[in-house]
Design a protein around this ligand. Structure first.
Ligand code: FA5
Length: 357
């Protein structure tokens, strides 16, 4: 090869090399500046397709010396690799940006700012429930719970109310449709009409786990009746049940407990009285009333000495143990305490009513 020819080839190979670097630099710069995926796709085909400048340069290398072709070929592959890497990195950045933009466009702002900074508080019935628990816990009572769906046995039979006992009509009962339940005959499941079934559950559990008697417990909870809502009745309301079982418990203990509770909850100038009444699960039974400032009396709940048959249902020997029980309506108590005229106000969820308490 002549010196001239050699100089010419060197010039050619250097020119190709410069072009390759220039293309690589330009490609990387434009890829880094691409603002969306379609622009990136266009750049990928501009710089890597068969018709790209790199491919054209490759074709023009056929006239170079093998050694130079090899060197430039390697350089070209390197540049191609760099462009591909730049494309992949930019693609991943742009894809992440697209996802983030979609997420922030689709996210819902569920905070409702009403321009007020006051916190809410528990419903007045819930607060009354909690206050009652506190009073009885302060007197040494435990808090018990029971299910709202009860068996006929717990709700009635174990409480000395066998099937077709006339006193069952004292509670307008909601029965559950059990036709889909294997082995449960109709009329066996009820929405509990009172919290008294928890008396039985408490005694049975105390006997089973050996924790009692003595038993001093209260059970607040929701109860259900087929009562039409009016100023003094709700079909779904709340009761608190009290149960004491110990040795030598008398009606005097019951009266003293009620009086202590009334003074603790309503104030020391309030008093209580018992009036004879009838409940199948207590004998003797009474209604208890509290005094009103105008000298009258308000009925609050029922109570009495636990019937021997009820103690037996709870697994206890009535010759050894005696006890008293009481049950009253939490909603009616809140009504008296806060001077509310109509029980239905508790159910309306009218914020103007609720925020007064
Ligand atoms: C009972 O439910 C008895 N289990 C109470 C009891 C327990 C007596 C232990 C003896 C021993 P009664 O059906 O009277 O009794 O209901 C008790 C209280 O629940 C009532 O005094 C009243 O305060 C409240 N109450 C009854 N029905 C409704 C109603 N529909 N809406 C709101 N409160 C009610």
């Amino acid at each position: 090869m002549s010196a001239d020819q050699e100089r010419q080839d060197t010039k050619n190979s250097t020119a190709v090399d410069i072009d390759v670097s220039g293309i690589g630099d330009e490609a990387c710069r434009r890829i880094a500046e691409a603002t969306d995926l379609s622009e990136l796709d266009a750049l990928a085909s501009e710089f890597l397709d068969k018709s790209s400048r790199l491919s054209q340069l490759k074709a023009s290398m056929k006239d170079l010396e093998p050694e130079e072709r090899k060197l430039l070929g390697a350089r070209m592959n390197q540049t191609r690799g760099a462009i591909e890497a730049e494309l992949a990195q930019r693609r991943s950045t742009l894809e992440t940006e697209v996802i983030q933009a979609r997420l922030s466009a689709e996210s819902l702002d569920l905070t409702e700012y009403l321009g007020q900074t006051t916190a809410g508080h528990a419903h007045v019935v819930t607060r009354t429930w909690q206050e009652l628990e506190d009073v009885f816990c302060g007197m040494g009572y435990n808090v018990e719970t029971g299910p709202e769906v009860e068996t006929d046995w717990f709700n009635f039979e174990a409480l000395n109310l066998p099937p077709s006992h006339p006193a069952r009509s004292m509670w307008d009962t909601l029965y559950l449709d059990t036709s889909d339940l294997d082995g449960v005959s109709d009329g066996q499941l009820v929405l509990r009409t009172h919290t008294s079934p928890v008396q039985i559950r408490t005694m049975l559990r105390a006997v089973r786990d050996g924790s009692g008697p003595p038993i001093y417990s209260v059970c607040p909870g929701r109860v259900y009746r087929r009562d039409t809502a009016d100023a003094t009745h709700l079909p779904v309301f709340h009761q608190i049940e009290g149960l004491v079982v110990d040795r030598g418990i008398t009606m005097g203990d019951l009266a003293g407990t009620i009086e202590t509770f009334v003074k603790q909850y309503f104030g020391s100038d309030m008093t209580s009285r018992l009036r004879p009444s009838y409940f199948p699960f207590t004998e003797p039974s009474a209604e208890f009333d509290i005094s009103t400032p105008d000298g009258g009396w308000l009925e609050v709940g029922g109570c009495g000495m636990v019937h021997p048959n009820v103690l037996r249902s709870g697994g206890l020997d009535p010759n050894e143990w005696s006890g008293f029980a009481f049950g009253f309506g939490i909603d009616r108590l809140a009504k008296i305490r806060y001077g509310i005229k109509d029980l239905r106000a508790f159910m309306t969820n009218d914020i103007r009513f609720l925020e007064q308490f």
